[in-house]
Design a binder for this molecule. Structure first.
Ligand code: NAD
Length: 348
């Protein structure tokens, strides 16, 4: 296990979310003090339940679009809804979280000279003309589309990181995260892994768009957390951006078949027309992460899926026949989240 050997005080914005909760757990395990800041839009207290009684864990319910004053050594800026169904629910709020939230996080970093890592995304590449994407590729993003609040928001956040670094000498790091899966993914956010598992566990038809020959790559959460912490503790001056993800490709059909086999489900695969903007392929080029961080994913898909299936099979009886409301804090069901799950296509 890597990471910093001396005890640090670490702020994790979005710490009650899927990735954030695993990150908090990991950092506590390394002996650090962890401050989790979250507004519970898509995160939940259940995600961090086991951490609440930990003596080195502190939870602050706070919206990062509002300023925050705190003394820390490290900041992981993860706060932002991550799937289309959630980030399109309130697009203005999404871009505010990306821009104002990042400014506030950078403000803390500047004031207390903390190092800050931005959780960016493969979506900064938009609908790319080159495969796989290297960090040097500038992307092809629609600035006025319904995804722009997220894609452009994340691009603006990267821009802010660089400007605070150039102008104020802030010690910044940028990680571009590709598709990640694992326990504590939201049940209802339309991501292909959670969708398939939930459909299989309920014995419902598994919906595959097109012929299912399009490929995706999936990184298990433990590998991603390892990558994020390695990036945070990388040598000063290595800013990135660096791609983090699993380059191994799987067809959507193979994923569906594997999930059916592993859950022992009676579900059938049904095929629906492919939406026009569904990419044929999305795969990270992780050469830079290998070279500079000595990092590459280790968890094979079947092993990661087994842990994820185990998580969802324990969760499902508690939520009865319908998925958990999208925002546990709000208790409301968000648009696009039907009673039986999420309509829509595979995540990109
Ligand atoms: N999971 C992935 O595959 C993936 C891929 C690319 C990038 N990312 C990025 O990683 C980060 C974490 O993603 P995740 O999958 O854990 O998503 P998530 O939705 O589970 O976590 C996001 C967390 O941020 C919180 N949050 C949202 N807006 C906030 C605000 N204004 N103030 C305070 N807290 C707020 C949410 O309540 C939630 O706990 C995000 O920034 C996301 O864009 C994730």
């Amino acid at each position: 296990m890597r990471g910093s050997s001396h005890r640090q005080r670490i702020l994790v914005t979005g710490g009650a979310g899927f990735l954030g909760s695993h990150l908090c757990e990991r950092l506590l395990g390394e002996g650090h003090d962890v401050v989790c800041v979250d507004n519970f839009f898509t995160g939940s207290k259940e995600n961090i339940l086991s951490l609440l009684s930990h003596p080195r864990f502190e939870l602050i319910r706070h919206d990062i679009t509002m300023p925050l004053f705190i003394e820390v050594d490290r900041i992981y800026n993860l706060a932002c809804p991550a799937s289309p169904v959630h980030y399109q629910y309130n697009a203005i709020k999404t871009i505010k979280t990306n821009v104002m939230g990042t400014i506030h996080a950078l403000g803390i970093a500047k004031r207390v000279r903390a190092r800050i890592l931005q959780a960016s995304t493969s979506e900064v590449y938009g609908d790319p003309e080159v495969h796989p994407q290297r960090e040097t590729y500038w992307g092809r993003v629609n600035p006025i589309g319904i995804r722009s609040c997220y894609d452009e928001g994340k691009r603006a956040a990267e821009c802010l990181m660089m400007d605070y670094h150039r102008q104020n000498g802030v010690d910044v790091k940028i990680a571009r995260i590709f598709n990640t899966y694992g326990p504590r993914m939201a049940l209802d956010d339309g991501r292909v892994v959670s969708n398939f598992i939930v459909q299989a566990l309920r014995g419902e038809d598994i919906t595959v768009y097109g012929e299912g020959t399009q490929t995706r790559s999936f990184c298990y959460v433990d590998d991603m957390i390892e990558g994020l912490t390695a990036m945070m503790e990388s040598e000063r001056g290595f800013i990135g951006p660096v791609n983090l993800g699993n380059p191994e490709e799987f067809t959507i059909r193979r994923l569906a078949e594997t999930v059916i086999k592993m859950t022992g489900s009676s579900s059938k695969i049904v095929y629906r027309p492919l939406p026009p903007d569904d990419p044929v392929q999305r795969r990270p080029d992780i050469t830079l992460a290998k070279e500079r961080l000595d990092w590459s994913p280790r968890v094979p898909l079947e092993k990661g899926l087994a842990k994820t299936i185990d998580y969802f099979s324990k969760l499902l009886p508690e939520v009865g026949t319908g998925p958990r409301p999208a925002g546990p804090g709000s208790g409301r069901r968000k648009p696009g989240v039907s009673k039986r799950g999420v309509r829509g296509k595979h995540d990109r």
